[in-house]
Ligand binder design. Sequence first.
Ligand code: PHB
Length: 390
Amino acid sequence: MRKRLLLQSVAAASLLCSLILSHAQEAVFKIGLILPLTGPFASTGKQLEAGARLYLSQQGDTVAGKKVQLIVKDDTGVPDVTKRMAQELIVNDKVQVLAGFGLTPLAMATAPIATQAKTPMVVMAAATSSVTEASPYIVRTSFTVPQVVTILADWAIKNDIKKVVSLVSDYAPGVDSETFFNQRFTAQGGTVIEALRVPLRSPDFAPFLQKVRDAKPDALFTFVPAGVGAALMKQFVERGMDKTGIRVIAEGSVTDDDIVDGMGEVALGVVTAHHYSAAHNSPLNKRFVEAFGKANNGLRPNFMAVGAYDGMHVIVEAAKASKGAGNDALLQAMKGQSFESPRGPVSIDAQTRDVVHNIYVRKVERIDGKLWNSEVQTFTAVKDPGKAAK
Ligand code: PHB
């Protein structure tokens, strides 16, 4: 009898325990953030993590009555690892949302997992047009490469650039850059003398730059992902190409804010198009740059940091609207959001789930001894031309 009573009370206690546990689990809103924190794209991961953490620290640690828990994973920039981590975050940690995705192949590898689990996946970095079409659960807060390079092609034509050589990293966003820039440029009478592609990993730019030199274009048009532009510009100077009169025009990742000040004289006058500059002149951006620097040893935020900051905004606002519910209710509440970002006005197109925002033409300038991407022209509410083309 005694034994029976004891067993019954043990059973009751464990039931209570599991009830408390499951309640505690329900009262947490979990975000799985997968980033390349080590490896060749570690600067991207670092900026993304810092941007996400800054947003959460400013907004407080509860949403819709639940505690927000950020679970950060390092995928080292390898797609199979990203995919496995996404699976673990959904199955073991039961996250309500996946976020991050530092490069297009990492987002593409994970898209089927988001679809199967009906888990919203917020892409904060990858920028190939087709990313949002890989899963109906993807929402993007970064940018698209066609959004920026088409505007740069128009600028080139208007500024007396008649012949270019294009040089891009040989993977999806590089191919988007080449395709969309070259088409838009040639459609207006420009000539692309040669279209060069350089390996994504450990690129040696020297033989490609030699080809650019021999072709004698008015300008080199280039795209490499965030962080890599420093090596490209270094080799450009080492080969004396800054003395040849060949101008450099680029997708804005090439002079990203993390590295532009370290590029030196060669960067002065480089013209790019992009959606974010740390020099963007708005009170919100000034506060953002200052708070980001304070929290990160004086680091200047680049567009990756803003993609993550805004991605967290979209997630938190959606969680409030869905009252903490996940899956389709959470996804639905992300669509059509519109808000002011450090980059300017932003909205999430309810049909395409892609970001709509201003694109700026910028010129690298020295201001108070430091190099910045100064915005010289603004194109408002730009949608992804990659979708319109289909
Ligand atoms: C991408 O892989 O989609 C990507 C990564 C870094 C960039 C731009 C695009 O700066």
